[in-house]
Design a protein around this ligand. Structure first.
Ligand code: C2E
Ligand code: MG
Ligand code: MG
Length: 568
């Protein structure tokens, strides 16, 4: 039925008013943006304005009618989805870095804001601005994990420190939240490798979407995350979303529960950006290496200024430890698997201040705060001292010293180490080096130059922690080492897995062909010893032959030497 004239006029007025509002809105957006899109509730582009050809390779008319996701770089589609969701929940999201597929597949880094107007029937408006050189440089300066799109800890801490500083200068809130999904490992076990990757990617995207700038989120070990966010991201909502993501992937539909702690800034007006980054790194480091006994989200100090203070104190304590050589060398034998003889000892540091404990936390702290190379050099001095001061040692014993993957790229360390070795030529053949993967090496060419420098001087080099990280095989093919040490967790996995025996045998065979010897770590019983021996491993190390000890006599006679009887 046709309406009355006055009804029609009201309807037209309303349409005109809405249109005016949209135009005003579009005009406003353009004060700021290069591109504006209106998406309908299916996230299809219904309106586009601005130089779309420049940023998407398509003319305005070609963009219309396409799903917006088609214009976005594949790695960022989940992020954009999540951002639009957030805009739906909160009405808007501000300034998040996303990448569009530009002309000829070139990635265009843009800053995106999204709005949902209540009166526009679930339509979204997205305004995108070409990111400034500074924003692009900040985003490109740090490595991102391919699977999650998240920065590594160093990158995250530096970027987060910049963003926190900028936010507090603008008088805005900046908050850091640490989150943990304790049951994620159980969910992962129920998934195949591809689904595991997709789940990690989805969690990474959900975190980025809620973070300040769309990228200040970090993964610190499986199921543990850090995130910088402002007042527009409600932690409870982020938590719910992460839990929902795990539930969606979990074939049992259970998903993973979630714990979190939030750190407010406190008074950071006098704190430098560098110290802020250091405080963040320190906290992440504690979080990553924590067990229930050592660190607990509920007991976490909730003020950033306190955390920074603690990190700064810890840095100066550690400098004191290096300067006073306040640590000892504990030894653990590496045993020939066939003959039961000791080939050499691994030298493991023990700090005086917590002499009974594993140094692992302190080592990773030193790595993350850029001090490990100073310590690694001090340790070489200590081990040379040990070899020199026990006259019998010089003939009888060999020792392997650990070098962090961080140190191999530090010129001052490499030069000082070469000098030390050149000053002590007697140590040739007595000292070996193990490069640990506790830090992933980013520059393999540089690592190889380091290895060549040592081998050229007559020192054998071992690749430690093989199998502990995804990069192991890449390392094996790129680095010219003498020995590979299989990480304890990889050995234990092989022991448990159906195809473990076949896999480990194939690996030792590959190493043999490459002329690389193998050591299996964490052998703590006779079964493990027999298993790795059958798989063709050359040497073993583990509690079966004693825990690391400062007294080399503890290994003479070698505990459980009877296991080798009849083989010598
Ligand atoms: P890593 O180099 O892989 O050293 C082997 C670790 O495994 C040692 O832990 C050792 O005590 C432990 N281990 C040996 N046998 C067994 C076993 O049967 N079962 C179990 N569960 N563990 C076993 P530790 O001494 O706590 O050292 C931990 C890590 O700290 C080392 O791992 C290494 O990455 C780092 N580290 C130790 N000393 C130094 C050092 O002087 N410099 C550097 N850069 N890193 C060091
Ligand atoms: Mg080692
Ligand atoms: Mg190891």
């Amino acid at each position: 039925m046709a309406g009355t004239t006055s009804e029609k006029a009201t309807g037209e007025d309303r349409t005109a008013a809405l249109k005016r509002e949209r135009d005003r809105y579009v005009a406003l957006a353009f004060c700021w943006a290069d591109l504006l899109f209106e998406l309908d509730h299916n996230l299809t582009v219904v309106f586009a304005a601005g130089p779309t050809r420049l940023f998407t390779g398509l003319a305005e008319c070609e963009v219309k009618g396409r799903p917006f996701a088609d214009l976005v770089a594949p790695a960022d589609t989940k992020l954009v989805d999540d951002l639009i969701d957030l805009a739906g929940t909160h009405g808007r999201v501000d300034h998040r870095l996303v990448r569009l597929c530009g002309r000829n597949g070139r990635l265009m880094t843009m800053t995106m804001a999204g709005y949902m107007l209540e009166r526009s029937r679930g339509h979204f408006y997205l305004a995108l601005r070409n990111a400034t050189a500074e924003e692009k440089a900040a985003a490109a300066a740090y490595d991102r994990d391919a699977e999650t799109g998240l920065y590594d800890e160093q990158g995250f801490a530096e970027l987060a420190a910049q963003r926190i500083r900028a936010a507090t200068e603008r008088g805005e809130d900046a908050t850091v939240s640490l989150m943990e999904l304790p049951d994620l490992a159980a969910v992962m076990q129920r998934l195949g490798p591809r689904a595991q990757g997709r789940l990690r990617g989805a969690l990474g995207a959900a975190l980025r979407a809620s973070s300040t700038g769309g990228d200040t989120a970090v993964q610190v070990g499986e199921g543990r995350y850090g995130l910088v966010h402002g007042a527009d991201a409600d932690v409870a909502v982020v938590k719910e979303e992460l839990v929902a993501v795990t539930r969606q992937f979990d074939p049992q539909g259970e998903g993973a529960g979630m714990e979190s702690a939030t750190i407010t800034m406190g008074d950071i007006s006098g704190v430098s950006e560098e110290d802020l980054a250091r405080g963040l790194l320190h906290t992440l480091n504690e979080f990553r290496t924590s067990t229930d006994e050592t660190f607990n989200l509920h007991s976490l100090s909730t003020r950033m200024d306190e955390l920074v203070g603690r990190a700064v104190d810890k840095v100066s304590t550690f400098r004191g430890i290096i300067a006073n050589a306040a640590f000892d060398v504990a030894l653990q034998p590496i045993v020939d698997v066939k003959r039961g003889t000791i080939h050499h000892f691994e030298a493991l540091c023990r700090f005086h201040e917590n002499a009974a404990e594993s140094p692992y936390q302190t080592i990773t702290f030193a790595e993350s705060t850029g001090m490990i190379h100073e310590f690694d050099l001090a340790m070489v001095r200590k081990v040379l001292d040990w070899l020199w001061h026990m006259p019998a040692n010089r003939q009888k014993y060999r020792a392997a010293v650990n070098v962090s993957g961080h140190s191999v790229g530090v010129e001052a360390y490499v030069t000082a180490l070469h000098q030390l070795l050149d000053d002590n030529p007697w140590a040739q053949g007595r000292l070996l080096f193990e490069i640990t993967e506790s830090a992933r090496m980013s520059d393999l060419e540089q690592a190889n130059t380091f290895i060549k420098g040592l081998r050229g001087r007559g020192y054998e080099v071992c690749l430690d922690d093989f199998g502990a990280g995804a990069a192991s095989f890449q390392y094996l093919s790129s680095l010219d080492v003498d020995v590979v040490k299989l990480d304890g967790s990889a050995v234990h996995n092989a022991l448990r897995a159906d195809k473990g025996r076949a896999f480990l045998s194939a690996l030792t065979e590959l190493c043999r062909r490459l002329g690389v010897e193998t050591i299996a770590e964490m052998i703590d019983d006779g079964r493990g010893l027999r298993f790795v021996r059958d798989c063709g491993v050359d040497y073993v190390q583990g509690f079966l032959f004693g825990r690391p000890s400062r007294r080399v006599e503890d290994f003479s006679p070698l505990p459980h030497a009877n296991l080798f009887e009849g083989r010598r």
